[in-house]
Each structure stands twice: as structure tokens, then as C-alpha cells.
Design a protein. Structure first.
Length: 226
């Protein structure tokens, strides 16, 4: 019933302490009885989900039939909740959407936090870290998109799953995982070649960043929880 057709990252690159902003365009095929639940999550560490931060949770509604657009803004992550060794470098930001507590869309972006002043690589940047000199760059042209089929209420869950899979979001660099299969999306690049023959799926996105950073698969593509 809902097809997200575009998601634009605003104010990018930006200082680390600036809010995150996403301009989201979606089409609703019929009016929804309940609100859409949007969430922004910052992955604080590749090693443990205990450092993940929910930056914002909002309800959007009532949602009329037709094309809708809004700006989702979230506060920056709290550096004190991020392990010191994971503040700089590559991590992930997730934008998710659900309906009646059932997630049906997850968009993941790789993020690089860089200290802009020169420093000795063997010593590292000065401590304590001056966050006014840390720049956040979101790889906006390479989103990783996962869709989940859900039961919207009056519609059969299987029919809704097909509707979500067949919908064309139009987001550049999109990879669509029809049922949220993490291993099919990214498994250290080992199965990348095997995925090239999937029907109507563009699998030409680079995975070098994920491999170099050691980012856990469950952070970029966590399993859908009923």
C-alpha cells in the first residue's frame, strides 16, 4: 500500500553535530487507518548492537491516498555512547518505516566520519576529540534497500508482499532484497557475482566499504522482527 519512491539526504557532507535530514517521497495507494512509523538509527559500533542509537522516532499521519513528501530530521548521535575507537571511520545509518509495529522498509546508508585537520596517522587525532573538526559524509548515492511484505490489515499478507516487491522506488543505487535475506544482500562479497542474474535487481553497488570496515551484516540488514 505504500511505495517509497525517493529519499534525498540533505545537508551532506555536514559537521558531525548537525542534525540529519532526509527528504522522503512516498505514494500511498489508499488512505491508511493508522500512522506510518519512521525511525532513524545510528550504528555506533560494528562489533555490538548495544551501541546503536535511535536518533528519532516519529509518526506520520493521517496519510491520504496519493503522493506525499516530508522532511525527516533527527538529532546527531551522542558521541559519549560511541566507543572511542569507532567515532571516526565508516559506520551505518538506517532509516526504517513500519505500519502497526510491522517494519516494511529499511534504507541503509554507509557513513564516513573524518577528522579534517592534519594529524600523525601513527598517533591519531588529538584527544579529547574536537567534534567541530569532524565531518560526516553520507554515501547518499549508494543506499541499501530492504523491503518486507507485511499484512496491512484488510489485504492478504502474500498479496502485499508481491505488491512491495514489484513496486519501483526509483532511488538511485538501490538494491532490493525481496524478503529481507541478509546473506543474499551482502556476505563479505563472496556471493556478489552469484546475485547478478536476479530479476530486475541492480547488484552493481560497491561493497568495498563494508568489507574494509568489518561492518556487521545485521547492522546494515538486520532481520525483520514480527
Amino acid at each position: 500500500l505504500v511505495n517509497v519512491s525517493n529519499m534525498v539526504v540533505l545537508d551532506n557532507p555536514a559537521p558531525f553535530r548537525n542534525p540529519l535530514q532526509f527528504e522522503i517521497t512516498f505514494e500511498c495507494l489508499q488512505p491508511l487507518e493508522d500512522d506510518l512509523e519512521w525511525k532513524v538509527v545510528y550504528v555506533g559500533s560494528a562489533k555490538s548492537s548495544s551501541h546503536d542509537q535511535i536518533l528519532d522516532e516519529i509518526l506520520v499521519g493521517p496519510v491520504p491516498q496519493g503522493v506525499n513528501k516530508f522532511i525527516l530530521q533527527a538529532d546527531p548521535p551522542d558521541p559519549s555512547s560511541i566507543p572511542e575507537q569507532d567515532i571516526l571511520g565508516v559506520t551505518v545509518i538506517l532509516v526504517t518505516c513500519g505500519y502497526r509495529e510491522k517494519e516494511f522498509l529499511r534504507v541503509g546508508y554507509y557513513v564516513n566520519n573524518e577528522y579534517v585537520d592534519e594529524y600523525d596517522p601513527e598517533v591519531g587525532p588529538p584527544k579529547p576529540l574536537d567534534f567541530n573538526k569532524v565531518v560526516r559524509t553520507i554515501l547518499a548515492d549508494k543506499p541499501r534497500v530492504t523491503r518486507f511484505g507485511i499484512n496491512w490489515g484488510d489485504t492478504n499478507a502474500e498479496e502485499e508482499s508481491q505488491l512491495q516487491v514489484e513496486g519501483d522506488t526509483g532511488m538511485e543505487g538501490e538494491v532490493v532484497d525481496e524478503q529481507g535475506d541478509d546473506e543474499a544482500m551482502m556476505d563479505d562479497g563472496e556471493e556478489e557475482d552469484d546475485e547478478e542474474d536476479e530479476d530486475d535487481v541492480d547488484c552493481n553497488l560497491e561493497v568495498d566499504i563494508a568489507q574494509d570496515s568489518g561492518m556487521r551484516d545485521s547492522a546494515m540488514f538486520p532481520q525483520n522482527k514480527d
